[in-house]
Design a protein around this ligand. Structure first.
Ligand SMILES: Cc1ncc(COP(=O)(O)O)c(C=O)c1O
Length: 306
């Protein structure tokens, strides 16, 4: 008897219920020429020409496996931050690293706490991992309500997501409040501090000091925003070796391959790229994340989406 016969009438594969119930990513909508998608916080500025050259050079070697875990890029990032290489994991976007971390540390029967409204991927990533998403409403000033988030933590909580500066509200916690949150959370709860917009922060967090002090902290950063490389999807995670080793263990090998050379060039041109973004922000006169400011400041064919 065929396996299909054994199961009766032909059926199609059925995903896990929590996957079937996932919210879908919103898509940009609208007609006409599009210069950048403001709702996705794409940079209004194109990538640096040196990055474009590096990507082209990498494309010519696409028939070859490059490094297994993006070691040259993680070494360059770690070197730039003054960290041992083992503290940095690179991936196909910080979003992919978030997913890997949630896959590794959460799952069915566990909970993931995050502020809402924040990055739309959070409930999706928690759901994919099989965990229960626990959204905590923002304060009336659109910031993270840290007391309410702490109150939402239960024995089932395995991860807390903090977006600083927050997408889409642009609010910032600043170092003292992030540090206080870490001090008050149980040390077996993984805190994922999403710093996708850290280059635009007006109240910077001393992230490296916090990573040194808290083995349960993992910081997510990206080349997609300030470096204008959203299409390349390259991000990194900073944490103590136990967490970075675990995230590496669950990730597919070679995920950050395309970004290898480009990321190194981007990192090398840091000052130039960031000053371009900041001047665009200044022209936009925004107090929101600078990527929003940059969008407003540039000529106006911006595609809107929900
Ligand atoms: C808060 C936040 N985190 C992460 C990401 C995704 O970054 P990456 O392109 O590195 O996956 C975004 C992109 O919009 C974001 O807004």
């Amino acid at each position: 008897m065929s396996p299909a016969g054994r199961r009766g009438p032909a059926r199609h594969p059925v995903p896990r219920p929590e996957v079937a119930a996932l919210p879908r990513y919103s898509r940009a909508a609208g007609a006409g020429a599009v210069r950048w998608v403001a709702s996705s916080n794409e940079s209004a500025l194109p990538p640096s020409p040196r990055v474009v050259q590096a990507v082209a050079a990498t494309a010519a070697r696409a028939h070859r496996h490059q490094s297994l875990l993006g070691e040259p890029l993680s070494a360059a990032i770690a070197g730039g931050l003054g960290l041992p290489e083992e503290r940095v994991v690179v991936g196909g976007g910080s979003l992919a690293l978030l997913q890997l971390a949630l896959t590794a540390y959460t799952g069915p029967g566990t909970e993931v706490v995050y502020a809402w409204r924040s990055y739309e991927a959070y409930p999706i990533c928690a759901g994919i991992a099989g965990a229960r998403p626990v959204p905590v409403p923002l304060t009336p000033a659109y910031g993270h309500d840290l007391d309410a988030m702490l109150a939402a933590v239960t024995p089932s909580t395995r991860a807390v997501l903090v977006c600083d500066p927050n997408n889409p509200t642009g609010t910032e916690l600043g170092h003292e409040r992030v540090a206080a949150l870490l001090n008050r959370l149980p040390s077996d709860v993984l805190v994922l501090l999403d710093q996708a917009y850290q280059e635009f922060a007006t109240r910077p967090v001393d992230t490296l000091a916090l990573v040194e002090r808290h083995p349960n902290l993992a910081v997510l950063r990206t080349f997609s925003k300030a470096y204008g490389l959203a299409g390349l999807r390259a991000g990194y995670l900073i944490a103590q070796p136990e967490v970075t080793g675990t995230v590496r263990a669950v990730g597919p090998p070679g995920a950050a391959r395309r970004a290898r050379g480009a990321g190194r060039r981007g990192a090398g041109q840091r000052r130039q790229l960031l000053s371009g973004c900041r001047s665009a922000r200044t022209r936009g006169g925004s107090s929101a994340p600078a990527s929003h400011g940059a969008c407003r400041s540039a000529p106006s064919r911006v595609k809107a989406s929900g």
